[in-house]
Design a protein around this ligand. Structure first.
Ligand code: BTN
Length: 276
């Protein structure tokens, strides 16, 4: 119990490599006991020329980050805080769907290892029973000709955290696979399954799967654009080819909401207005 949680539950690079068998990324995986943010650490490695597939997984993060500069709570012993480096060498416009595709990939991995398929809350969250169990933060850097030199895909999964261990402000909003299914997760197996699924991107068939899993479709949403004066409301009707959410406003107009532009909240969710 050196780390305050049972030894058998430790994240272990060897166990992840074993589960990856002869996968080309198997020797590119490192487990860190602690770091500020695996995305920050991996961006430094990327700038130094690290290979596609280089992966950092931390037992704990001291400054885990989410979209819109939110903090991602990252305690030891219960989560997977994983960043993987992709080197797509394409114009950024071709990566519009990367975060959505990563969400679908992690969902598949959870299904495979944990026997439960989470819903996807557009665009980058996975949910079980309406509680957030995973968030994804993709960060790009650019090289010659404006092409993408690196895409760091950072994924935080709440695996084995008890409901009562979430901080007060996340109670009722965030959950873990354990808290929502009653089953403990083998984090090493899940991390390996996530990497396998992520290495198979991009997939041409992502959109059907994403639509089927997207919990927003058919529900009322409020569109919150940072800095915008009004917050239009409407019903989320579909997910577009660039992973944009297509929302029918109350005025009858169809708006395409691009990933990263806005936050969406259930318009009638009362208390549930904190988006973690
Ligand atoms: C979000 O909820 O908006 C995204 C959360 C992303 C969290 C992961 S944990 C691993 C990686 N390192 C970070 O600092 N953030 C991502």
């Amino acid at each position: 119990m050196e780390h305050g949680f049972p030894e058998r539950d430790r994240l272990d690079a060897e166990a992840i490599r074993r589960a990856l068998e002869d996968h080309p990324w198997r020797d590119l995986v490192q487990v860190l006991p602690v770091t500020d943010s695996t995305n920050n650490a991996l961006k430094l490695l990327a700038a130094g020329g690290a290979l596609e597939g280089t992966t950092l997984i931390a037992e704990r993060q001291t400054a885990g980050r989410g979209r819109l500069d939110r903090r991602f709570d990252s305690p030891a012993g219960s989560g997977i805080y994983l960043s993987v480096l992709l080197r797509p060498a394409c114009p950024p416009a071709e990566l519009m769907t990367l975060t959505a595709q990563a969400a679908a990939a992690v969902r598949r991995a959870v299904g495979e290892v944990c026997g439960v398929l989470p819903g996807i809350k557009w665009v980058n969250d996975l949910q079980l029973n309406g509680k957030k169990i995973c968030g994804i933060l993709t960060e790009l850097s650019f090289g010659a000709g404006g092409l993408v030199a690196s895409a760091v895909v950072g994924i935080g999964v709440n695996c084995n955290r008890a409901a009562e261990d979430f901080p007060a402000e996340l109670q009722g909003i965030a959950g873990s696979i354990l808290s929502e299914t009653g089953r403990r997760v083998d984090r090493n197996r899940l991390a390996a399954a996530m990497l396998r699924e992520l290495s198979s991107l991009p997939r041409l068939d992502w959109r059907e799967e994403y639509r089927g899993a997207c919990v927003n479709l058919g529900r009322r949403v409020r569109i919150l654009s940072p800095g915008a004066a009004d917050c239009p409301e409407g019903v989320a009707e579909d997910v577009g080819p660039d992973a944009e959410l297509l929302v029918r406003t109350d005025g009858g107009q169809l708006i395409a909401v691009a990933a990263g532009e806005v936050s969406l909240r259930d318009a009638d969710a009362g208390q549930l207005t904190v988006d973690n």
